[in-house]
Design a protein around this ligand. Sequence first.
Ligand code: SF4
Length: 192
Amino acid sequence: MYRARLFAIRHSGAFGWIYGRLERLMIALDPVFARLGYNRVERPIALVERVVKGVLFDCRMCGQCVLSSTGMSCPMNCPKELRNGPCGGVRPGGFCEVRPAMRCVWVLAWDGATRMQGGDRIREVLPPVDRSLKGSSAWLRVSREKAARLREAREASRTTLAQAFPGARRNEPSTAPLAEEPPSAVNRGQRR
Ligand code: SF4
């Protein structure tokens, strides 16, 4: 597993790209999930997420995935579970203070972030872990939230148009002036 984790961090650019596509797919599937019921799809999707991310990233299913902000290095693999950078005990060569055979997840995170699009996000302070989300699917929660925000934005733009319409009607003539009829049409009408 540790080797797979190092592989994922070495290829963080590709994994970040795949993650982006997966997120788009999940957002597109929002109407399907809504129809089936998010509560119903939670368990199977969380199971798939647990297996896939467990193999690739040693995922601990914290429920608030931050891999795209941490160079695809899962911070929950830090023995101290630090979410915002390393502790002061990193050993020479970037090894962990608690598990000397393991490289510090934050040293790896910094390395992975340099290869990722938007890798600068590693500088942003992450919120503390909400333990109540442990075991839930981060994929599903994030895509559901983003889909809801997109829906709200679409609804807001529709409302803006609807509100702007009465004003536009007041300022513009409600009907366009009649255009000249082409002679052929007039003649045809007279022949009938
Ligand atoms: S940040 Fe959380 S959800 Fe993401 S890989 Fe680590 S434990 Fe899993």
